[in-house]
Design a protein around this ligand. Structure first.
Ligand code: ADP
Ligand code: F6P
Length: 498
């Protein structure tokens, strides 16, 4: 087994499977996201990515993609049901998002979570060279740091949580709260999106494990675990360059014509998830149509809602409710050839997304709770002419950074309507001033800056970080391999986000 000095461990591998023109299956490095952030480092270090390739059954052997080794962890149908769909996405996901849907608890799910985490830890222990740096990602793998430390105490282990970490009164509901906290404390550095999350974690550690903790350091056994906020970002320059391409500008122009050349286009792009506030947004829009504040001929709403976790009951119910409401609104307010809402559930390539962002006069990003929300950052990066208004929920991690957005509380229907009206009616001078400030922030705080600041903190005094200073971007990696079988509702296509 080849070993690496840097190992990234995440639920999903950073690759998408694509159909080549000759019909063969190609795996490509996912555009954007974590892999872009780490790409310069991964290329100059013997690096391995440990993750799931989607689907069930034996792990497909994948060739290196762009010099990065892909080490696949297999999930059985039971693991998929009880670990991914169960404990990760029906217990932790709703609980960590303010319990906007009721978290479910099943002992069988917890067993699967432990088992799958142990499998990831063992796979990582196998591919890590002595003293390697390991970076474990997200809520699917909270036990891995502790399990890995037990197997390989020589490693330097980092853990980063992409989703919110809830306040103590919510986390305390978890039957296995102590084990989850101990699992995370196997890391040398635990990173969160927001300072408040680090504070919640420190409070819980004090209360549940009775360990000495501040919002920066926790003492456990003979070690100190550091904690802190490292807000994740996007490849700002890449999105700006894409949006600036003449073919993307031309596509945006055609899209506006196809939409009936309205005076204003409102866009929302979400994974179909109950945390995204899609229903509240539709209700606000429908009331604005009913009151005449918004007129169909003047304004259109484009709602992209990409189906996600489709075998989980709460997601199935959500989709039915959203589709019924879109149908009602179009039936009531649309005209022949002029729907009030253009509703799309398809995956789009990056260029098409950039064209959509370019066409949107108002981008409505109004989640009830979101760890960060990269769509909001992508929109800002794509507004290369400094125009456009971002309507943003106070409950998205992004709001802590993009304070010049039109901020709204999505639970407050009147406030949401008022925010939408304000964004639609804002003067060009106001929107440009806000957009400029947000774009300047994102150019400085891009995904490379994020990876650099996290790894610097993790690799205190180590040599690894010096390699990250390279800003080379390299080419899109491609490798042709057999496609694993994707079960319904778990596409092999990765919609990397956070
Ligand atoms: P989450 O992590 O909850 O999915 P984010 O907003 O942080 O939310 O990230 C979502 C990511 O998925 C973004 O990079 C966005 O561009 C991408 N995405 C969302 N919808 C689509 C779609 N229909 N087609 C392709 N990519 C999409
Ligand atoms: O932001 C949370 C997250 O789980 C990401 O890690 C992931 O890329 C995205 O949501 C999509 O979710 P899933 O991997 O369940 O399709």
């Amino acid at each position: 087994m080849r070993q690496s000095s840097l190992v990234v461990v995440a639920n999903r591998l950073p690759i998408d499977d694509n159909q080549a023109p000759d019909g063969a299956c190609e795996w490509r490095r996912s555009p954007g996201g974590l892999v872009s952030a780490l790409h310069p480092l991964l290329r100059h270090t013997p690096a391995t990515w440990v993750g799931w390739a989607g689907g069930t059954g034996p792990a497909p052997a994948l060739p290196d993609v762009d010099g990065v080794r892909m080490h696949t962890v297999a999930l059985s149908p039971e693991d998929l049901r009880d670990h991914y769909e169960g404990f990760a996405n029906a217990t932790l996901w709703p609980l960590y998002h303010d319990s906007v849907e009721q978290p479910q608890h099943h002992r069988r799910w917890w067993e699967a979570y432990q088992r799958v985490n142990q499998r990831f830890a063992e796979a990582t222990a196998e591919v890590a060279e002595p003293g390697a740096v390991i970076w474990v990602q997200d809520y699917h793998l909270q036990l891995v740091p502790g399990q890995l430390r037990a197997l390989r105490p020589d490693l330097r282990i980092g853990f980063f949580l992409h989703v919110p970490f809830p306040p103590p009164e919510l986390f305390m509901q978890l039957p296995r709260r102590a084990e989850l906290l101990r699992g995370m404390l196997g890391a040398d550095l635990v990173g969160f999106q927001r300072v408040q999350a680090a504070h919640n974690f420190a409070q819980l550690v004090t209360r549940v494990l009775e360990l000495p903790a501040t919002d920066r350091r926790i003492g456990i056994d003979d070690r100190v675990v550091r904690i802190g906020a490292f807000p994740v970002s996007i490849d700002t320059a890449e999105m700006a360059a894409l949006a600036d391409r003449p073919d993307v500008a031309a596509r945006a122009h055609r899209l506006r014509q196809d939409l009936g050349d309205p005076r204003q286009v409102i866009l929302s792009v979400d994974r179909m998830d109950y945390t995204k506030g899609i229903e509240q947004r539709l209700k606000a829009y429908s009331e604005l149509l009913a009151s005449g504040d918004v007129k169909v001929r003047d304004t259109v709403l484009v709602q992209v809602a990409m189906p996600s976790r489709e075998r989980v009951g709460q997601y199935q119910i959500l989709r039915e409710r959203i589709e019924r409401e879109v149908g009602r609104i179009n039936g009531e307010f649309g005209r022949v050839g002029e729907p009030a809402i253009h509703y799309l559930t398809q995956p789009f390539d990056r260029a098409e997304l950039a064209a959509l962002y370019r066409v949107a006069d108002v981008m409505a990003v109004t989640p009830l709770r979101d760890g960060m929300n990269l769509v909001a950052k992508e929109y800002v990066a794509a507004r290369v002419d400094d125009t456009g208004a971002l309507l943003l929920s106070e409950f998205a991690g992004t709001a802590a950074e993009l304070s010049q957005a039109y901020l709204v509380n999505p639970h407050d229907l009147e406030g949401l309507k008022q925010g939408l009206r304000a964004a639609l009616r804002a003067s060009p001078a106001d929107t440009t001033q806000r957009m400029r400030a947000m774009r300047a922030h994102l150019h400085q705080h891009d995904i490379r800056a994020w990876a650099r600041s996290y790894l610097r903190a993790l690799d205190e005094g180590g040599a690894l970080i010096s390699r990250l200073t390279s800003t080379e971007t390299g080419s899109e990696g491609t490798a042709r391999v057999p496609r694993p079988v994707a079960p319904t509702g778990s596409p092999a296509v990765h919609q990397g986000g956070t």
